[in-house]
Design a protein around this ligand. Structure first.
Ligand code: FES
Length: 266
């Protein structure tokens, strides 16, 4: 584990991680969120791990297990990078063919592609699937780039750079001003402006102050908090640290449901 004490340290670590990832010919991003676990992704994962090990390919092909990609009904699913090939409804038996054809020879396996329900047309690339094309995935888009159990993966994708920036170049009031200017709002339904909330907290008397991340999401069938907690936990911690700096808090708590074991683990 590296200790980061300056922005230069973080930049060096970011570059090192990017270099690490560039050593691989392919990165197989396999969704291991709760939805895909329910449809059997863990047996697909173990088959992939075993086959790559057996074929001595672990130095050439990297497996990244991630949180939810947002398309759970198509799970288990994977995206093969750098080509952005999307395979869905995977079974462990598909793995040897995926390795021999797609990972080693860049050949597409037609039957594993997503079929557009409107036209019946098979789509090769994730970015061309209408479900993704119509979205700007500002919060959950990073899920597929990050292994939630790897802080280095988060850092390789620019993680913790916002925290370092504010700690090294901004006063708490400037952070609040910036957040107000951004128009950021709560996502729980009320849409309360975050900058105003932080301003009230900073101005409130009494010590110590606390940051509470309320990830309870009591609304039935709402899983947006779970998806972030499972898929990109460091983004939550970074956001809490920035909020703590802005309001002058020294402690933070995350309230996460016991019914979300993967979120708790991550
Ligand atoms: S859990 Fe895999 S796409 Fe949602």
């Amino acid at each position: 584990m590296n200790t980061i004490t300056s922005i230069e340290d973080l930049k060096k670590l970011t570059e090192k991680q990017k270099k690490e990832n560039s050593k691989y010919n392919k990165i197989v991003t396999l969704c291991a969120g709760t939805g895909c676990c329910a449809s059997g992704c863990l047996s697909v994962l173990s088959s992939l791990r075993n086959e790559l090990k057996h074929k001595k390919l672990t130095k050439k092909i990297k497996i990244r297990t991630t949180g939810c990609h947002g398309f759970c009904e198509q799970g288990p699913l994977m995206v093969i990078e750098p080509e952005n090939v999307f395979y869905c409804h995977l079974k462990p038996e598909d793995i040897p063919e995926i390795i021999s054809k797609t990972l080693l020879n860049d050949k597409i396996i037609e039957r594993l592609l997503y079929a557009d329900p409107a036209s019946g047309k098979k789509i090769i690339h994730e970015k061309d699937i209408p479900f993704y094309k119509a979205q700007d995935r500002a919060v959950l888009g990073q899920n597929k780039l990050v292994d939630p159990c790897s802080i280095n993966d988060y850092i390789a994708n620019g993680g913790y750079s916002a925290l370092i920036k504010i700690l090294t170049s901004m006063k708490p009031d400037e952070v609040i001003k910036e957040i107000k200017k951004s128009g950021l709002r709560g996502r729980g339904g009320g849409g309360f402006p975050t900058g105003r909330k932080w301003e009230f907290c900073r101005g409130a008397s009494g010590k110590p102050k606390y940051v509470i991340c309320n990830a309870d999401e009591g609304d039935p069938g709402a899983y947006m908090d779970r998806s972030v907690l499972e898929g990109n936990p460091h983004a939550i911690i970074e956001g809490m640290l920035i909020g703590a700096y802005a309001i002058g808090a020294e402690h933070g708590y995350i309230y996460v449901r016991n019914e979300y074991p993967l979120a708790v683990e991550h």
